[in-house]
Write a protein that binds this ligand. Sequence first.
Ligand SMILES: [Fe+2]
Length: 262
Amino acid sequence: MPRVVIAHITDTHIPGAGEITHADAQPTLNLQRALQHASRRSAGILITGDCAAVAGTDTEYAAFADVLKSAMVPVWLAPGNHDDSSKMQRLFKVPARDSRCDYVVDLPGSRLVVLDSTRAGREDGALDVSQLRWLEAQLGNTPAIVAMHHPCIPLGGKGFDTIRLDDASIVGLRAVVTAAVKRGARIHALVSGHAHMTCFAEFAGVKAIIAPSSAYEFGLMDGVFSYQLGEPQYMEYSWSETGDDFLARVITVDDALWRRMR
Ligand SMILES: [Fe+2]
């Protein structure tokens, strides 16, 4: 049976023309390659924020719009803390509800539920009561992938855990997901970005996934907060047309690394 495949790219951090934020990093080239790669194998591409390098400026978004031309399939955007949500709604026609980028994409056998977890001027994220109620109404028999920029799972260390979803939002999200699962709603996964690390955990009985940044990975090097360069990566999600057999896979973008088995 044919499978439905989508890509999840995140934290693209595209600088404006001539701007450099991390020495030796190539976020624009990385995103271009990731979009081209994902377009060959996916029905659509989800990008969960930090599309812009630093502050959602016009020059950053002009560069982002330029590289988005590499995508040959639909692209679904969510803002991150380095983005400007209202500007993304205007420039990229991101659907919105109550001025936030909350929307649903119905796909064969499953649906993508996108939430805007950004709050202007804050690094951490939040979901208000209205968003949680709306999310609750989107969860039912059709399996859902719930996507937002900020993770709901702890990563360890206050550097990351103070800038994930805020505590009240996590409590609210946990209640919504727990109740949904209890009434039989199907949720493939809660997916996010923000951490620049690929992580998998459980949240309220559901898989939680943090996708790798296409720009650079974060970590501690001898106790010092550092970034690692490498081939761009993204997550690939697939399921059968009946919405069963969900699979999440890490994809590395470099066809030159492959060797044919003899
Ligand atoms: Fe972020």
